[in-house]
Each structure stands twice: as structure tokens, then as C-alpha cells.
Ligand binder design. Structure first.
Ligand SMILES: Nc1ncnc2c1ncn2[C@@H]1O[C@H](COP(=O)(O)OP(=O)(O)O)[C@@H](O)[C@H]1O
Ligand SMILES: [Mg+2]
Length: 323
């Protein structure tokens, strides 16, 4: 195996909300994973689980409280400024991401001039090529436009184009289609996948709360619950046999005619509220299978097959008892 494009170890972020009585918030706890050459990994979890915070630490917008982020191209380099160029983030809301006063030509040429040190004329030529890559053609129809003159889907393509203008190795797409019309979501997702196929980028982290889109795009899925990775595995294996009760809950909430025909019950996940327990498994207060041990001991990720790891005392015990 070649070296991973990105290696993350023990990534942790603790926020200290203002106010005397507030307690520190562990938004991300001990998250470790790799992104391999050419792969999309999906980071799946409900709102507030720490997905965006992980993305922001990877790009260098946010400083980790603990842990290390290692890019293959820069052994040992810890300068978040360099990382900001190599890891580009595409945010959920393309309207907020673009300055309403800037024309497309400016939004795209600025990173080319700043990062790639291109001349203004070369930057404009390269901007045209990138517009074609994100399928906004002919490019000259878009260069002079401002964000309000574009549709939501076109705006998100401009945001993706701007990320590409920095020639990143990694793109982090943070719920990139959740604010777009349902009718154009598939097109933008397939554009993201094409970026890897065409080797425009080396790897991608696709952040979503939606397991179905994760399945479309990702080779591996990582399930996050309140800052903890509770399960990680190859997409088909994980969805065929989700091991963590939270993954099972997410997966069973997706309407599926075949399962409905078998009379399987659909559980609807409610958003989690309240504090994460100080000890034990973060999911334990909501977990139908919790045993005493879950209240005292944080489960660590354990490999239960070559394709899958799960952080759940009950699932791991069940597996070892069965084998
Ligand atoms: N700058 C911040 N200061 C304090 N708390 C934050 C900050 N950013 C995020 N959080 C908190 O961290 C948790 C994770 O947030 P976030 O990473 O945005 O989750 P997600 O993207 O999965 O919805 C939330 O409880 C959120 O309120
Ligand atoms: Mg988010």
C-alpha cells in the first residue's frame, strides 16, 4: 500500500464557551483515520456531531486541542497556512461562501494569483479551464457574473471551482448539496466524484448527514456520534451489516420498500439533546442495548472484520461470542 494522502491521529477539539457557568464542550474526541489515494471517505452524523469542526481542523481554520494531521506531501510540516491551500473546503451554503460583490473571474483568479503565483492573464486562462472542469460552459458566459446572477447549483459549482483553483490535494465537501434543489443534487455529487476520476484531487472527505448520498459517493463510511467515531468501514459491508446501534438507527430511518415489505420497523432518530455523559459510551443514554459496562467505559474502535471497525461493547462482545 502506498502512503495515505492524509493521516489523522487522535484529533480532539474542546471548545470553551463563554460564560462563567459553562462547561467545556468536547466537540471532537480522539478521531483517527486515513484518506488513501483516489478515495472518497464519507463522514456521516447528525447535526452537532462535530463534522464541520473536523473539516475546519483539517484545513487549518481551527486549531486542534490535541492530535496530529499529516499530509503525505509535507512530512512533518505542521504549518496550518500551507495546509489551507492543500486542503480546500467546500461549504454547505454557496451563497454565503461567495462575496456578493465579486465577479466569478475575480473569485477564481485570486487564489491562482495568490497561491500559484500566476500572472493575471494566465490566471484568467486557467480560470476558464477550471470553469469547464466544473461544467460551466462556455466559460465566458460565467466569468463576468456575480453570485446573484447564478442559480444555486451554478453557485456551488463556482465554489468548487474556487477550491480547485488552489490546486488542492484534498477537498472537504461539507454537506455540499444539502441546500440545493433536490433535482440538481445528483449532478453536483457526480461532479465531485468526477474530480477524483479525473485526478483533479487525490482524495476527498464527503461530509453529510445522509447515508444514501454517502453510499453513492464513498468507498468508506465513518459514522460520527457527538464527536466520537462509532463505526468505520467499507461502504457496502457497513451498510449490509451496520454494527453500531447508532448506525443501525440511521440506516433503518431511511425508507426502504424491501424492508418495509418484510415488516421491519422504521425507527426515526430524534436529534440528541442534553449533555454527553462524562463517562462511558456517548450513545448510551439513547441506546436500547446498553449494559452496565457502557455507563463506565468508553468503547474504543475494534476491528470486527477486515472491512469494518466498531466502537460498541455490545456489538464487539456479540461478535466474539459468536465466533
Ligand atoms: N467556535 C465554536 N465555539 C463553541 N462551540 C462550537 C464552535 N463550533 C462548533 N461548536 C460546537 O461543537 C459541536 C459540533 O459542531 P459542528 O462541528 O458544527 O457539528 P456538525 O457540523 O456535525 O453539525 C456543536 O455542539 C457546536 O455547537
Ligand atoms: Mg456542519
Amino acid at each position: 500500500m502506498s502512503e495515505p494522502v492524509l493521516k489523522v491521529e487522535g484529533l480532539t477539539k474542546v471548545f470553551h464557551p463563554r460564560g462563567r457557568r459553562s462547561t467545556p464542550l468536547v466537540a471532537v474526541r480522539q478521531v483517527s483515520f486515513n484518506l488513501d489515494e483516489g478515495e472518497v471517505v464519507a463522514l456521516v452524523g447528525e447535526s452537532g456531531s462535530g463534522k464541520t469542526t473536523i473539516g475546519r481542523m483539517l484545513t487549518g481554520i481551527e486549531t486542534p486541542t490535541e492530535g496530529s494531521i499529516h499530509l503525505r506531501s509535507e512530512p512533518g510540516v505542521r504549518n496550518p497556512k500551507t495546509r489551507m491551500q492543500r486542503v480546500q473546503m467546500v461549504f454547505q451554503d454557496p451563497y454565503a461562501a461567495l462575496n456578493p460583490f465579486n465577479r466569478v473571474s475575480y473569485s477564481l483568479s485570486r487564489p491562482l494569483i495568490n497561491y500559484q503565483k500566476l500572472s493575471p492573464a494566465d490566471a484568467l486562462a486557467r480560470a476558464r479551464t477550471i470553469l469547464s472542469t466544473v461544467q460551466l460552459t462556455p466559460p465566458d458566459d460565467y466569468l463576468e457574473k456575480r453570485p446573484h446572477q447564478l442559480s444555486g447549483g451554478q453557485r456551488q459549482r463556482i465554489v468548487i471551482a474556487r477550491a480547485l483553483a488552489a490546486s488542492p490535494e484534498i477537498v472537504i465537501a461539507d454537506e455540499p448539496v444539502s441546500m440545493l434543489d433536490v433535482s440538481i443534487r445528483a449532478d453536483v455529487l457526480s461532479l465531485l466524484r468526477d474530480l477524483l476520476v479525473q485526478q483533479q484531487v487525490s482524495a476527498m472527505l464527503y461530509i453529510t448527514h445522509d447515508l444514501l448520498s454517502a453510499r453513492l459517493l464513498a468507498r468508506r463510511i465513518m459514522v460520527l456520534y457527538r464527536g466520537h467515531v462509532v463505526e468505520i468501514g467499507e461502504t457496502e459491508a457497513l451498510l449490509a451489516h451496520p454494527q453500531h446501534p447508532y448506525t443501525q438507527l440511521l440506516w433503518s430511518a431511511i425508507p426502504n420498500p424491501r424492508r418495509a415489505a418484510r415488516g421491519e420497523q422504521i425507527m426515526v432518530p430524534t436529534a440528541s439533546t442534553g449533555e454527553v455523559p462524562l463517562h462511558g459510551c456517548p450513545f448510551q443514554p439513547r441506546c436500547p442495548l446498553a449494559i452496565d459496562r457502557c455507563r463506565h467505559e468508553v468503547p474504543e474502535l475494534v476491528a470486527i472484520s477486515e472491512q469494518q471497525q466498531v466502537a460498541c461493547h455490545v456489538a464487539v462482545d456479540g461478535k466474539s461470542a459468536a465466533s
